[in-house]
Each structure stands twice: as structure tokens, then as C-alpha cells.
Design a binder for this molecule. Sequence first.
Ligand SMILES: Cc1cc2nc3c(=O)[nH]c(=O)nc-3n(C[C@H](O)[C@H](O)[C@H](O)COP(=O)(O)OP(=O)(O)OC[C@H]3O[C@@H](n4cnc5c(N)ncnc54)[C@H](O)[C@@H]3O)c2cc1C
Length: 375
Amino acid sequence: MEVIVIGGGIGGAATALSLSRAGIDFAVCERTKTLREVGAGIALWANATHVLQNLGVLETAIRVGYPATNYQFNSQQGKELVNVDLDCFELPAIGIHRAELHQLLWRNVPSGKFILGETFDRFERKNNKINACFASGLQVAGDAFIGADGLRSRVRACILGDKPPTYRNFKTWRGLTECVPTKYRSGYIQEFLGCGKAFGFMMLGKGKMYWYAAATAPEAQPDAAIGRKKELETMYQDWFPAIPELIAATDEADILTADLYDRPPIQLWSRENITLLGDAAHPMLPTMGQGACTALEDALVVAKCLQAQPNPSLAFQQYESLRFPRTKAIVGASLRSSKIGRLSDPLAVELRNIFMKVMGSAISNSFKSLHTYRA
Ligand SMILES: Cc1cc2nc3c(=O)[nH]c(=O)nc-3n(C[C@H](O)[C@H](O)[C@H](O)COP(=O)(O)OP(=O)(O)OC[C@H]3O[C@@H](n4cnc5c(N)ncnc54)[C@H](O)[C@@H]3O)c2cc1C
């Protein structure tokens, strides 16, 4: 069996490594000319480090990342609301640069397996076999196809023909700096919730501090005339002191923005010998930090299903039945959590903070139940 993976991001690279470890022949077709990840940091919880362990790359991930012991939610002034203990699993949680994660996945795959600079366009049926057709005119035949081509998946559009993803009325800014703020608590991923705005930061490997901010905004809102950095400095000037410190220490050029989308998880995503994975299958808001983690889980599960079942259509049915309920629950939880984080009325925010403090252990357990899953 030869599997064609379309898209070589975190999900596609993890699929390549999983297929390689399972002894299944494959090729990955990626539209960029070099394998690279842009973006900043990422949190990998125990459910994801379990996948890295299975793929034999956890030790390297720990070496290039930074272990996280606690996930703490605070008011905008830094009053603790919830503290999730991450040290209670047999596996660590880590903060890691996206490029480091991406590299440690594809570097362990034989290099000839990546076809770069090829943008997938459509499928064509020829003599009872399906070919993937690319913008360049290239056609690639395979026994099974996996669309790992992200939020605006072309593979998804071809097999499901559904609408574009849903904008959820908020945007993010992400930054990287070497500044460690004065009040940083070692091993803590800290988030701060205010009125219609939030801020978080965590340590990555190699002394890098990763921070992210989120605020309600209309879709495709341009940068403020004063520039990203100045806008953020104004938005967060009276927040917990580490926050303005981190923004001030970051170069404007290292601040990225993105609008946030998901898709209501209402339909299955496989058609015969074609399936989807990662953001192509189940894009979610980043509020639970599970997008890349669930893409890693998908990668391991789809390879196991293909290893156990030589008929790819049946293997994909099995894969989907294992993955749909879990990812549906996480897409929903991420959306609910974004609504709580986005409250902007000061009274509602005060009540939210009281609620979070009182319900701390229940909230903590709901996070832990996601991290307990082992693909
Ligand atoms: C602000 C923010 C913070 C986040 N934080 C976290 C976190 O802490 N933890 C976490 O687990 N997740 C997090 N996520 C989510 C995570 O980034 C995504 O879920 C993850 O990157 C999805 O990986 P993917 O491989 O499915 O898609 P992508 O990373 O989008 O990769 C898709 C790949 O397909 C290629 N491609 C696209 N179209 C084509 C085509 N037509 N032909 C060929 N190739 C194509 C692209 O070039 C790309 O390489 C965050 C997301 C955001 C926006």
C-alpha cells in the first residue's frame, strides 16, 4: 500500500513519521519549497508527549523544549483563579518552538519521502484508481490519501465541498523574546484573563519566552496605525507587570497576528480511501492548546489503523470512529472556553473570576481528563 499525505505541517510530518515507523510506504506532498514552520511556541500536554514517546522522539523534544509543571489561570492583575498541576502524569508537558517540533518529526523520516513545492488541486479517477493532481500538472497515484493541509484544506473542499471555517470574533498576537520577566514562576504556563482580552506566556527551550495575547476583533482587522507593539503596550499597560515587560522586550518584527477560526464538528471527514487529519479535519480554537496535540494523536492512530487493516477505506472508517468523538468534544470545549475568556462586561468578568476560583478543582480535572488520553 502507498499512502499519499497532502500537507507537511506538524500533522503531515507526524503522519509521515508514524507511517514510517509502522512500515507503510508513503510520500508527503507539500506546497512550500522547503520544510519549515512559522509561528512561535506551542504547549504539548501529556496526551501529545505520549505520541512523541511512541515515535521515539520524546527525549529530543524534552532536550529542545522546556518542561511545564503547572498551567495557571489568573485575573488580569495576577490573582490566581485555577492552578492545573501538570506533574501528575507519567509523561511531561513541554513548551517547545513550533519549528523545533516540526524538525524533530520530519528529520526522522527518510528525506526522499517529501515532494516539495507542489500545491494540491484536485482528485481524478483513472482506471478505478484515484490520482492526486497538483497545480504544476504533476499527478501522483496512491492507494490511500490523507489531507493534512490545514485550516483551509483543499482536500476537504474536494471531498466534502463544505463552507469555509467559522471566524469566532477574536484574534491573537504571538511573540518570542529572550527576556524572562521578573515575576516568572519557573515551569508555569500562566494565563491572565481580563475584559474581552487575555494574555499568556510560557518558557520554551533555549532560553526563549513565548507569549500570546487574544482580544475580540472583527475579521481581518488591520494593525493599528501606531503598530502592533505600541497597540499591545496600550492594551496591556495596567496588567500584571510581567506582561508589559514581555511586550516591551519583544521586537515588533517578532510579533505575529492571526484571526481565529474553527468548524462546527457536524460531519465525518472520510470518503472511501481519502481522509483528513489535524486542522483539515477538526480545526479548533487554541483556548485548550490542543490543535497540534490532536493532530499528533490523529497521526499515530491513522498509521495504526492502516497497519491493522489492509483495506484503506475500512482503515479510515476505523480511524474516524476513534477520532471523531474525541476531537468533537475538544472543538466544543475550546469554543466554550473562548466564550468564558472573551467576556467583556466588568460585572460578568467579576462573576467569572469568582466562579473559576470556586470551581478550580473541577476546571483543573476537566483539563487533566483531556491530557489523560493515550492514542
Ligand atoms: C495562536 C495559536 C496558538 C496555538 N497554540 C497551540 C498550542 O499551544 N498547542 C497545540 O496543540 N496547538 C496549538 N495551536 C494549533 C496548532 O497550531 C494547529 O492545530 C496545528 O498547527 C495544525 O497542524 P496541521 O498540520 O493540521 O496544519 P498546518 O500546520 O496548517 O499545516 C498544513 C500544511 O499543509 C500545507 N498545504 C496547505 N495547502 C496545501 C495544498 N493545497 N497542497 C499542498 N500542501 C498544502 C501547508 O503549507 C502546511 O505546511 C495554536 C494555533 C494558533 C492559531
